[in-house]
Design a protein around this ligand. Sequence first.
Ligand SMILES: Cc1cc2nc3c(=O)[nH]c(=O)nc-3n(C[C@H](O)[C@H](O)[C@H](O)COP(=O)(O)O)c2cc1C
Length: 187
Amino acid sequence: MIKMKLLIALSGASGAGYAIEFLKEISKHKEIEVELIFSEYSEKILELEENSSLNELKKYAKKVYDNSDLAAAPASSSYLIDAMIVLPCSIKTASEIATANCGTLISRAADNMLKMKKKLIVCVRETPLSTPVLHNLYNLSLYGAIVFPLSPGFYHKPKDLMELKSFIIGKLFDVLGIENNLFKRWN
Ligand SMILES: Cc1cc2nc3c(=O)[nH]c(=O)nc-3n(C[C@H](O)[C@H](O)[C@H](O)COP(=O)(O)O)c2cc1C
């Protein structure tokens, strides 16, 4: 039985590999259903960084939407989603969400999450951050989103890239309330 319906949106920030690992890991949880939205630039980055494609990720999702399809189901808040994660989230998309500039399916669906007071996790990747961006991220947090910078810790002494990614995926699972042992916890 499906217990959680997740909407995962990939935007054009660096870090497409995090989304791939997240989808692999979440697919082990048969009680969780995943739908995907892709932006145009997320596809370019998937190819550039991971030699991957939208086609390869389709297998993890029940449904896949194009970011320009504003008539797709998640454009309406009547469509039931438990949580939405923008992973990775570009500064452009984060800023659109922060200002309710709903011209894409990602920003529209994210605004629905804010409106319905549901969980929205915005996994930004950029450094350093400009003052307007910090302002937007601060506002996102005030509006109820979880601002989740893609900045893994090192206290678990990662041995490779996979352990760095697992730290982030484990933390995302924690935020979603999904039990996991994906990273070594501090004790
Ligand atoms: C190779 C590459 C890497 C990029 N990395 C980032 C990034 O880490 N963070 C970011 O905010 N934008 C990054 N960008 C810029 C975004 O892709 C660009 O702002 C785009 O308009 C985002 O659109 P989207 O949010 O609709 O996908 C990158 C672009 C390219 C081509």
